[in-house]
Design a binder for this molecule. Sequence first.
Ligand SMILES: C[S@@+](CC[C@H](N)C(=O)[O-])C[C@H]1O[C@@H](n2cnc3c(N)ncnc32)[C@H](O)[C@@H]1O
Length: 261
Amino acid sequence: MSGSDRPLSEGEPILLYRKGERSIPLSLVAGKRVVQGFGVVDLTPAIGLREGDTLTVAGTPYTLLRPSLRDLIATWPRATQIVTPKDAGYLLYLANVSPGSVVIETGTGSGALTLFLARAVGADGRVITYDRRPEHQKVARERLAFAGVADRVTFREGDAAAGFQESAVDAVVLDVPEPWALLPAVVQALRTGGSLVTYTPTYNQLERTVRAIREGPFGEVTALELIERPLHVGEGGTRPSFEMLGHTGFLAGARKVASAP
Ligand SMILES: C[S@@+](CC[C@H](N)C(=O)[O-])C[C@H]1O[C@@H](n2cnc3c(N)ncnc32)[C@H](O)[C@@H]1O
């Protein structure tokens, strides 16, 4: 059964969509409650409906949808700098993540990359996410639960420099200030043939990381920056937007090609 054929069930996130309005994902729970922007609502009638069906709330008709990755992440207040979608997409490619993969991530931060990874590994895969800040993990844990993918994520609190508990994982993804300091732990946890990806905001961090990777049992080492240029599609013509994200972060990727340097 495809996504839109599957009835909406209690507990999953939904979107009340109306053209031209900003939609905020809501949890589909039965009974009356106060929902920001709506007042007191009862979403019970949405249970069992399908994407595309109409639900009237406070006299206004809305189209029912399941929130996309974009809907979910766009509304999160930032606890930390999060990985941007353009970088997350390429990061999944470098990490060679597919359904069933087992991936270690450090750090959890706001949980944005955790959500990308959790959706990519699918119901049969696993993401083990480490962070030394319990308050970040608490927020991320709630967000992943809301998104309905917490069952495929293991949250581990602690400094990853002390080592990962897992071994023979398919990929390790590092979004921390000092990725080079975690390479001994990465080498121990990654299976031969597995992928390492790092995400760092400055040239100095990237250089130090790539040099350290080259000294380890890694091959296929690559480093890059992605530039995203939004386009303004107007009635009079289409042009690049005047606003552009100048810089986000640098990606480095590598594969473990031997069990020792
Ligand atoms: C930039 S944030 C990660 C953002 C995340 N990728 C996202 O998209 O939301 C970096 C996180 O790494 C954590 N961190 C930094 N160094 C760490 C280490 N050695 N071990 C565990 N966590 C670490 C920090 O506490 C912080 O939450």
